[in-house]
Ligand binder design. Structure first.
Ligand SMILES: [Zn+2]
Ligand SMILES: [Zn+2]
Length: 266
């Protein structure tokens, strides 16, 4: 009788284990299917369903069509703009930029533009985009970074938005590269004008020039900083933030963004 009891207990335990395994498999299969419920609008560009969570906010086809720089594209060694025509190595427009070098995953268009805009309303970064960023960070000249620093928002701006999109990117990259993410050393005590699109490049540059400060210089001293932001447009913001970090003793400041403008602003 104890033997029969033991066998019955064993049988029930196996049934239980099998149903737990089955449950896990169903949950796994349902996760991507649930995407349709979580993201009812599908791909933000074409409306097709986004079949893998990693691809959010665009579908696989829109990612395939995204203006992502290829490894062998000729980029300006300093600002990372895609070079046209006869310029070799340097675009000739970025000598005044304060950062050591800047690189982006690609141009501000298609899935990359969609991802930048989406990141302004929700603090999450799809795994596909995170991996694209990490691939750029692992290439020269960014691959020697020792510390990841997001471009900070002014406190008031961050309160309005609820989060800093650059910090969301910095955390995703820092985790994958196993680098420390420093969200406190660089601050933005000066609130720059909200309607920046109404200003010309020069006014924008002047308004942001003194916007940044380093509150913990010993944390950035002699560090090779990977300065992270969502998009590089005129380069004025990245330049001003880089100046503050270099003045505080950083060895180099490399800028990494999701996207960049097609041309240098000056
Ligand atoms: Zn699409
Ligand atoms: Zn350049």
């Amino acid at each position: 009788m104890p033997e029969a009891h033991h066998l019955e207990a064993r049988r029930q335990s196996l049934i239980l284990q099998a149903s737990v395994d089955l449950g896990r498999r169903i949950v796994g299969l349902c996760c991507d299917a649930l995407l349709a419920v979580t993201y009812p609008h599908g791909c933000v560009l074409c409306g097709a369903s986004v079949e893998a969570r990693a691809d959010w906010p665009a579908c696989a086809e829109c990612w395939d069509a995204a203006p992502i720089f290829a490894v062998d594209d000729a980029l300006c060694t300093k600002c990372g703009v895609k070079l046209q025509g006869q310029n070799v190595g340097w675009c000739r427009h970025c000598s005044a930029e304060e950062f050591t070098a800047a690189r982006a995953v690609g141009l501000y268009d298609g899935a990359l533009r969609a991802a930048v805009l989406e990141l302004k309303s929700a603090p999450k970064l799809g795994a596909r985009l995170a991996e694209l960023l990490v691939a750029v960070a692992r290439r020269e000249p960014l691959c020697h970074a020792t510390r990841v620093v997001p471009v900070p928002l002014h406190a008031e701006r961050q309160r309005e938005r609820g989060f800093n999109q650059a910090a969301v990117i910095a955390r995703a990259i820092g985790k994958r590269l196993a680098l420390p993410v420093d969200e406190t050393s660089l601050v933005r005590p000066v609130h720059t004008a909200a309607h920046r699109s109404l200003m010309d490049a020069h006014a924008r540059r002047t308004s942001v020039e003194k916007a940044f400060a380093v509150v913990a210089p010993r944390l950035v001293h002699r560090e090779r900083i990977l300065l992270v932001d969502d998009v590089l447009t005129t380069g004025a913001t990245a330049s001003a933030a880089a100046r503050a970090l270099l003045d505080a003793g950083a060895e180099v400041v490399h800028v990494l963004t999701i996207a960049r403008a097609a041309f240098s602003a000056r």
